[in-house]
Design a binder for this molecule. Structure first.
Ligand code: NAD
Length: 262
């Protein structure tokens, strides 16, 4: 799909990291961006960066794990910028370092709520509106290379489970939406230099608190010298324009897809 100036986008988890990189890349192409995040101040910080670069954006506080919250965010972006042409279901949290059989009900609800329901709600709320508009539109779901393989070293099974789900949802959407005005992509980065190891900062029952799961600290080391969010944003914008379905950002991981189909 050609990205046209004046199109509207909704990018979730755009208060930091990859979402911010996507928001900035879209804004550079003249897209008006709904910067959605559970952390209002972070969303506003991204809006300030977009505006400083000459773009237009609006901060939208929402919890993607709650359908009504996604509906309100969508309505607010459309009230500001018109029908959404680009949806990036990007908000996500890491949950590493705990054996699967020890993960609490609250932790399961949280990781599935954000990483899986977050994508489902975005899809269910926005895609019908895109189809009804009949105009070129595109959805990008952020999965991970962890959506293709469970890392044997870091107890990332729960995170990977949610990202496998995002890959499967995206493949289903691609099949079902083929031939319509709505294109689909799934983003599968490896390590990107973001604050994802601080995921607990975005947890609704701990918002404002400083609690960080100590076992997540390894992520800080893992993501040193990794890809930059700005580059991922540019890669996503190019993939939308090129109608690419799988977006691998690290060339050394491309073969994971082929491995899965062997
Ligand atoms: P990040 O923590 O910098 O950004 C995630 C953003 O999502 C944060 O601003 C956070 O406040 C927001 N968020 C969290 N829960 C939310 C909720 N319930 N509702 C709305 N917003 C919420 O991390 P990131 O690395 O930029 O992660 C973005 C996406 O990229 C995630 O889906 C993540 O799983 C994926 N990813 C990241 C990496 C990496 O190495 N950083 C690798 C592969 C995939």
């Amino acid at each position: 799909m050609k990205i046209e100036p004046g199109m509207a986008a909704l990018v979730t988890g755009a208060g930091s990291g990859i979402g911010r990189g996507i928001a900035l890349a879209l804004a550079r192409r003249g897209v008006d961006v709904g910067v959605c995040d559970i952390r209002q101040a972070d969303a506003e910080a991204t809006v300030a960066l977009v505006e400083a670069a000459g773009g237009r954006a609006v901060a939208v506080q929402a919890d993607v794990s709650v359908r009504g919250s996604v509906e309100e965010a969508t309505d607010m972006v459309e009230a500001n910028f018109g029908p959404i042409s680009i949806l990036c279901n990007n908000a996500g949290i890491a949950m590493h370092g705990v054996p699967l059989h020890e993960i609490s009900q609250a932790d399961w609800d949280w990781v599935i709520g954000v990483n899986v329901y977050g994508v489902i709600h975005g899809m269910n709320v926005v895609v019908p509106r895109m189809l009804a508009s009949g105009k070129p539109a595109h959805v990008v779901n952020t999965a991970s290379i962890g959506g293709f393989q469970v890392n044997p070293n870091f107890l990332t099974g729960a995170y990977s489970m949610t990202k496998y789900a995002v890959v499967a949802l995206s493949e289903g959407m691609q099949n079902e939406l083929a031939g319509t005005n709505v294109g689909v992509s799934v983003l599968a980065p490896a390590a990107v230099d973001t604050g994802i190891h601080l995921s607990e900062r975005s947890r609704p029952d701990r918002l404002g608190g400083a609690y960080v799961r100590p076992e997540n600290h390894f992520m800080g080391d893992l993501i040193k010298n990794s890809a930059k969010p700005e580059d991922i944003g540019e890669r996503v914008a190019a993939a939308i324009e090129g109608d690419e379905f799988y977006i691998f950002t690290h060339p050394e991981t491309q073969h994971w897809l082929e491995a899965r189909h062997e």
